[in-house]
Write a protein that binds this ligand. Sequence first.
Ligand code: GDP
Ligand code: MG
Length: 595
Amino acid sequence: MQKNIRNFSIIAHIDHGKSTLADRIIQECGAVADRDLSAQMMDTMDIEQERGITIKAQSVRLNYVKDGQNYILNLIDTPGHVDFSYEVSRSLASSDGALLIIDATQGVEAQTIANVYIAMDNDLEILPVVNKIDLPSADPDRVLEEVEEAIGIDCTESNLISAKTGVGVKALIDAIVDRIPSPVGDTDAPTKALIYDSWFDNYLGALALVRVYDGSIKKGQMIRMMNTQEEHQVLNLMYPHPRKPTKTNVIETGEIGIVILGLKTTNSIAVGDTITDAKNPTAEVIDGFEPAKPFVFAGIYPIETDKFEDLRDALNKLQLNDSSISFEPESSAALGSGFRTGFLGMLHMEVIKERLEREFDLDLIATAPTVVYEILKTDGTRITIQNPSELPAPNYIDTIFEPYVKATILVPDEFLGNVIKLLNDKRGNQNKMDYIGKRVLLDYDIPMNEIVMDFYDKLKSTTKGYASFDYEPIGFRPGVLQKLDIKVAGEIVDALSIIVPENKALSKGREFIKALKELIPRQLFEVAIQASIGNNVIARETVKSTGKNVTAKCYGGDITRKRKLLEKQKAGKKRMKAIGKVNVPQEAFMAVLKI
Ligand code: GDP
Ligand code: MG
């Protein structure tokens, strides 16, 4: 019955305790035996557990009894990282309320604010929850004041909890039942459901996690996806649970469930799409649909050239359950054959590269990540490029457009000067600056490429880790940019080319080759490293030669010693790519991020 259903998300800044609270609520509802609670319940992927972050949004259906009444609680754990903000927004669109978790020792942070805005856009009932009150430095009163001041939410009815010890969690669940509205929807209307997550299961194939708004989804029903226009039959239905989903024959109005269509890839299950009945479709598509769009691109190359097809297979497999990755073959004069691969953001890129190496046992070289540029050419045509080496020669370029983001930064006022300096240095434009107690909330437009280039680490170090940061893409703007090329031993290494602001080309070029000089190991011969713009060399460094052949000294000597030395050299080479005669290590391709 709809009136006994509560659909809610948990939103928070990273590390404020979303996943811990989710686990605690599951336990409180008796959905798992206590002895199964050893590990974090909601973060089920290996990498999630190791890194302590949530990558895929997970949902769980729970039963709860209050005052003799049975309730169904559908809990949606959302990923907190900015790369996955589209998933957060779809999760929230599926909810009727949100628990806003704030760490009692930290207070409001940039992602707290960004997520609250998404929750408000979706008209959710927001319950402020102050977590970690077990810690000695907890200051719930100050934190609640901040929430009222920074976000403008009334905090007279708030919950103080410790997700770790369980204090206050039962009262919080009661508050969920009392304050979060039950779903409204027309049980007799045609099927209307939102796909808010999809993933791939080795046994069941591609799965869609849905919220039903009107009507119901039944086993055997022919359904249509309204954006992709595909039609499929519902093979099975389940209620979600991180350990043991249960089968059902129908998902009713207001409910959440997993739809199994027997598909071999998630490509046709687009998050944000609307499911309806194929024969009796609804008139209204649920709005806000956006196809997953990669923002950051990098070249990924196997170190051993004969592993190209293995890499293609691995990317294909990963794409089955993560349709936000894109890839196409590219060849680099320097690195050989590989793939230009698109990601949602920097964390996503790191996770995918790590999974390729671990799960598929590949040794890879990744080039520095870059954004997409739009080029208006002098002949009036427009092209987009995902690789700096594709930039046309200057006389063919009318304007280069680069993607911008709106950045939200929250920083204690003592570091304000440092942060403003950093933002100016990164070509940021200030929109707004507000004081919240002793902290400052900054709203800037900034080129996305500057964010990709190590912005977050610099922000952390210049604020002793006290600043928090969130961003969202806001479209393309013209930039005064040019391409900087790097030559190693006289040859341009296409994989090292970067696009830089014209007025910084000289200093960037100098710093870049200084960094490369430190990273490229000495070889048997002298290696020149040059930075150039067009045909002009703007800076030059030299890696001195070792002067002697390493194996030469064992010449005629003990053969096992010689073999050992060669093995050692081989191991050292593992992350190196031979460019011409020069061995270049993986770090060199990322060096540009640190300058
Ligand atoms: P998420 O990133 O929001 O999902 O945060 P997690 O649930 O992963 O929690 C981040 C860290 O805070 C973990 O080390 C938790 O053990 C810890 N934590 C979460 N809730 C509490 C709490 O109530 N008290 C204390 N002391 N630590 C907590
Ligand atoms: Mg988490």
